[in-house]
Design a protein around this ligand. Structure first.
Ligand SMILES: Cc1ncc(C[n+]2csc(CCOP(=O)(O)OP(=O)(O)O)c2C)c(N)n1
Length: 555
């Protein structure tokens, strides 16, 4: 009889469900699970000590590979450090398998160290949790439960699940044989999303001035083609966040530059129907507020779950469908005789704004936005861009990102894990990854640079603008008398020393000329990961804000 521990079989179940990458954090309680996973010939297991970094890296890996990534950690508070990345995965619909090692059940609540109530601790941010006692031989029923919960992670809406695994400490083989278990895909039955396309008539869209909004979506060339087609229909305008990965000419990715003009001309620009696709709400707060404030339109949300998500307070219908199926349906049923000019008026406005914007950006004095405008034009086509929150993603929304793949944690995260996510992504990507980050975000997640995963294909640009620039721009914070001290401030970081300590090449630029002269080398060098620091000073937000104001004025 072949000896197999429960954890060996769990490792096989992981592989059978499509997991290829596992990130384990160091600990003794989790050792049995780690040993089994790393002993599996087809699982790629790496160790990252900081669980927050581990979980964000796993998120980046799942974003890049479109496969579930597994996490393993030890008992106690370790798992709580997974929470920010798990929450992002939950709201963005990214599958992740979280395995937390726990103590034997009878030593919980004895006031022992590193022991908390782990089961259910992540319940608000995972699709489902199970508690498995692997201190004894696991039964077929236990393995069925594990297979089922993993298949649930992979079924619509995809998302993270939590397996809390009670384990004996130690490295010696357990002296028992657990149940034989068929770990192939037999139990993994992934239901297809039910489509309710019949819930609307062709005429309901064909006759209405329709605004389609695209939130965050993974890059998908078939999706781009469909969007291109739909965005050419006369009664439809497509407004998309730059993280929709549909950055094509007939889609409006910079709504912020148009919003004042649109608000001033409701008869021309107000939609009768708004359809939203993708998991996230708009980056432009003013666009979201506009959609909340205007009357007389209906909102249809295309979603992979039936629960109503009434972001704009106009929700009329939830259409359960995947985005591509829905767009195909619209494209196939388009009314070719329609002579609506809704699309045309929006497109004319957008083209005009683009011309004004490109002049204003070219003339902008040295600042964050001037630097981003230079950088974006020089990023080689093969690069994926990862971006932190704060101003960076807003700068990119203004300049555009050409056709680069672009990712940012726009689900529910703030500044907590951009570097880890980008490094995780780049660790499994065949092509180079560029992270553009604010300096506060980069400091917050600096542990990622020490995670031992830096690949030569990873490039990082930090906009060193003396802390949280966004607070100097936002109405709610900019006039606070202690703004710099209480909101913006970060210590003076010696980035050159940081780069040296993690073996990254280092460049810096303090003006446009310096930037132009270092960019070529920054992108071309491919033997080590590289850090470029862009130094600007306070005043950036005024320059950025004035460009947007001026575009709106000149329209
Ligand atoms: C985890 C988390 N903590 C706090 C915040 C609040 N917050 C929003 S933006 C920001 C500052 C961002 O600064 P930086 O990364 O330097 O970007 P910049 O605004 O300068 O572009 C902070 C602290 C957040 N979003 N997320």
């Amino acid at each position: 009889m072949k000896f197999e521990e429960s954890t060996d079989i769990i490792a096989k179940i992981l592989y059978g469900s499509g997991v290829r990458h596992v990130i384990a954090s160091s600990g003794s309680r989790s050792l049995r699970m780690v040993r089994s996973a790393s002993g599996h010939p087809q699982l790629n297991v790496r160790m990252i000590v900081d669980e927050r970094v581990a979980a964000f890296s796993a998120l980046g890996i799942s974003d890049c590979t479109a496969q579930p990534t597994a996490l393993i950690c030890t008992s106690g508070t370790a798992m709580l450090n997974y929470a920010p990345a798990i929450a992002e995965a939950y709201y963005r619909g990214v599958p992740m398998i979280i395995i937390t090692a726990d103590r034997p059940v009878d030593i919980i609540d004895l006031n022992d160290g590193q022991t908390i109530h782990q089961f259910h601790a992540l319940d608000n941010i995972v699709k489902m949790s199970i508690d498995i006692d692997a201190t004894r031989p696991c039964s077929k029923n236990d393995f069925d439960k594990i297979s089922d919960i993993i298949s649930f992670a992979l079924s619509p809406r995809k998302g993270p699940i939590h397996i809390n695994l009670h384990l004996e400490e130690g490295n010696e083989a357990m002296d028992y044989q657990c149940a034989d278990y068929e770990t192939e895909f037999s139990r993994l039955h992934i239901p297809h999303s039910t489509l309710s396309m019949s819930s609307f008539q062709k005429s309901e869209i064909a006759l209405k001035k329709t605004l389609i909004f695209l939130g965050q979506m993974p890059f998908d060339s078939e999706m781009i083609q469909l969007v291109e087609h739909v965005a050419g229909l006369p009664n439809i305008v497509v407004v998309a966040d730059i993280v929709s990965n549909c950055n094509i000419p007939n889609v409006i990715t910079d709504i912020e530059s148009l919003i004042d003009h649109i608000k001033a001309h409701p008869d021309v620009f107000n939609p009768e129907l708004v359809i939203t696709l993708g998991k996230t709400s708009p980056i432009s707060r003013r666009f979201k507020e506009w959609l909340r404030s205007i009357d007389d339109y209906a909102h249809w949300r295309v979603n992979d779950k039936p629960e109503p998500e009434n972001t704009y307070f106009h929700l009329e219908r939830t259409i359960i469908a995947d985005e591509k199926t829905f767009l195909k349906h619209i494209a196939d049923n388009a009314d070719k005789t329609n002579v609506d000019i809704f699309n045309r008026v929006w497109m004319v406005l957008n083209r005009k704004a683009d011309v004004i914007k490109s002049n204003l950006l070219a003339e902008a004095p040295w600042s964050d936005i001037a630097a981003i405008n230079v950088i974006i034009k020089q990023i080689p086509d093969s690069y994926t861009i990862q971006c932190s929150n704060g101003m960076s993603i807003r700068y990119l929304s203004l300049t555009g990102a050409n056709r680069h793949r672009l990712y940012c944690n726009r689900g529910v995260n703030g500044i907590d894990g951009s570097t880890s996510t980008a490094i995780g992504y780049s660790s499994v990507s065949d092509t180079p990854t560029l992270l553009i980050s604010g300096d506060m975000s980069a400091l917050y997640d600096i542990s990622a640079l020490y995670s031992g995963q830096l690949s030569p294909k990873f490039k990082m640009i930090v906009i060193a603008n003396e802390g949280g620039e966004i607070f100097r721009l936002t109405k709610a914070t900019r006039n606070y008398e202690k703004r710099e001290e209480m909101l913006c401030n970060i210590p003076d970081i010696k980035w050159k020393d940081v780069a040296k300590s993690v073996n990254m090449d280092y460049f810096e630029a303090q003006n446009k000329k310096e930037l132009e002269s270092v960019l070529g080398a920054f992108f071309i060098k491919n033997d080590r990961s590289t850090l470029l620091i862009i130094k600007t000073s306070i005043g950036n937000s005024k320059i950025y804000g004035n460009i947007i104001k001026e575009i709106n004025n000149r329209l």
